[in-house]
Design a protein around this ligand. Structure first.
Ligand code: NAD
Length: 495
């Protein structure tokens, strides 16, 4: 990879900017567009179709017709499996283009999009394809005079509204299981990162997935997104994004047709280091990565570091060194580990919180400056705050940037109380060499995922989602496929 000149290749990259409806690239019905900008240099990447109610109505009509026709929904699972495997293979073949699109559109380092985002997208589709012909329905244990079946059927039309921090991966976590289960899927990518979704729809079409089974409507949340969430003929809204928008979508589902509504939302995840940690360097380096990876724009960012008092000074000393290895740079350079912030609004939000932290009395230990302004791009140095107390906003609120809040604790009980003192419950981490501490702590932590002696471990086999206001659904694993099906009970009386 070191030998590839991604900057030159990205300059000549060809990509589409239309909506993808009924197997075709198309403009929005209104002809409206919105600008798509590269956050690494401020340059216009293209004007993208700005879909609204009219496009949503059309795409939903197509999705329903295709669903009812059975061209996808009624295929044998082995047939859907084969089609999705072909699709996954085509994504894999296009790894470099997909990675470059994610990098220029969302500011993510090319090393990450090549090493994670693009292959993880293909893997997710392939995993769900592999799973779908291995799921059995149930026969209930009833008397010999009856046969009682519990079967799973696809929901129908699934609308997926997704964020910009991992545009393709977050989409694939919805698309993979929903398509495998036989649904028609409409994706509304974030207006901040629409390009990979459009490209993935083109690849699905090229791989032979029937027209109308997977459509993409680029556009804004309050337009295309809201129209999908309120639509009377959408059976399920599946969302990844902020808690504020997730709450709105639950309301929209209730106000319209009680569509199934699955929300994957924000986090303020605690990362606890106990003084008996086996490898303090590993723990500290991981804590730095947990807040710096993807510019801190990660729902599971380890944004609250809780450190036991005896090792506090040592951890801070090592943390200062570790954080400095994460420095912003051109996302298309293979050596860059911190890319660009998605847009001006997000950059202002991060800088505002850095000011708030200082005003609240926390100590800014390092970083926190906007840098590389001469590039025309948006970059902030990762930063660390110490002396953070539970009342402070930087302890409580999701920033979605590399702003680490460090708090000291004495006992296991205190660590758990601090960790659970949050409206969120997405992830948590524990570093200890004591199995009882690890198990007691992970049981007590109110979080959908607990990492013991690691951060961000996991693969497609494990469910991913939140407790509390981090959400109500689970992506990944067989549990995700379950979300995209209805359960039917059939009672047959025998003569
Ligand atoms: P966001 O909520 O602003 O936007 C997410 C999507 O919702 C976008 O496509 C947006 O256009 C759409 N949207 C906005 N308003 C809408 C409305 N009124 N009706 C319908 N759709 C609307 O979130 P974001 O800024 O794109 O992403 C960051 C957030 O996503 C963070 O809070 C992060 O924690 C969360 N996230 C969660 C997970 C998870 O799995 N739990 C994963 C990644 C990101």
């Amino acid at each position: 990879m070191e030998n590839s000149n991604w900057i030159a290749q990205a300059d000549s990259l060809q990509y589409s900017t239309g909506a993808f409806i009924n197997g075709e690239l198309t403009e929005a019905k209104s002809g409206a567009t919105f600008p798509c900008v590269n956050p690494a240099n401020g340059k216009l990447l293209g004007n993208v179709a700005r879909c609204d109610q009219a496009d949503v109505d059309l795409a939903v009509r197509v999705a329903r017709r295709v669903f009812d026709s059975g061209v996808w929904s009624a295929l044998a699972p082995t047939q859907r499996k084969a089609a999705l495997q072909k699709y996954a293979a085509l994504i894999e073949k296009n790894t470099e283009k997909l990675a470059m699109l994610e990098t220029i559109d969302a500011g993510k380092p090319i090393a990450d999009t090549l090493g994670y985002d693009a292959p993880a997208t293909a893997r997710c589709i392939a995993w769900n394809a592999e799973a779908i012909d291995k799921l059995y329905d149930e026969v209930a244990p009833v008397s010999q005079d009856s046969l009682a079946l519990v079967t799973r059927e696809p929901l129908g039309v699934v609308a997926a509204i997704v964020p910009w921090n991992f545009p393709a991966v977050m989409m694939s976590w919805k698309l993979g299981p929903a398509l495998a289960a036989g649904n028609s899927v409409i994706v509304k990518p974030s207006e901040k990162s629409p390009l990979s979704a459009i490209f993935l729809a083109e690849l699905a079409h090229e791989s032979g997935i029937p027209a109308g089974v997977f459509q993409v409507l680029p556009g804004f949340g309050h337009e295309a997104g809201q129209a999908l969430a309120l639509h009377q003929d959408v059976d399920c809204i599946t969302f990844t994004g902020s808690t504020a928008v997730g709450k709105k979508l639950l309301t929209f589902a209730g106000e319209s047709n009680m569509k199934r509504a699955f929300m994957e939302c924000g986090g303020k995840s605690p990362h606890i280091i106990f003084s008996d940690v086996k490898d303090i360097d590993k723990a500290v380096n991981t804590a730095a990565a947990a807040i710096c990876y993807n510019q801190g724009e990660v729902c599971t960012a380890g944004s609250r570091l809780l450190v036991q008092r005896d090792i506090y000074e040592q951890v801070i000393e090592k943390l200062l060194v570790a954080i400095k290895t994460w420095q912003p740079g051109n996302p298309l350079e293979p050596s860059t580990n911190v890319g660009a912030i998605i847009d001006q609004q997000q950059l202002d939000r991060i800088l505002d919180y850095i000011n708030i932290g200082q005003a609240e009395g926390a100590t800014l230990l390092c970083g926190g400056q906007q840098v590389l302004t001469e590039t025309g791009g948006l970059y902030v140095e990762p930063c660390v705050f110490t002396d953070v107390t539970p009342g402070m906003r930087i302890f409580k609120e999701e920033i979605f940037g590399s702003v680490l809040a460090v708090t000291v604790f004495d006992t296991l009980e205190e660590a758990i109380t601090l960790a659970n003192d949050s409206e969120y419950g997405l992830a948590a981490g524990v570093w200890t060499r004591d199995i009882s501490t690890a198990v007691r702590c992970s049981r007590a932590l109110r979080a959908g995922t607990v990492f013991v002696n690691n951060w961000d471990g996991g693969d497609m086999t494990m469910p991913f989602g939140g407790y509390k206001q981090s959400g109500n659904g689970r992506d990944k694993s067989l549990h995700a496929i379950e979300k995209y099906t209805e359960m039917k009970s059939t009672w047959i009386e025998l003569d």
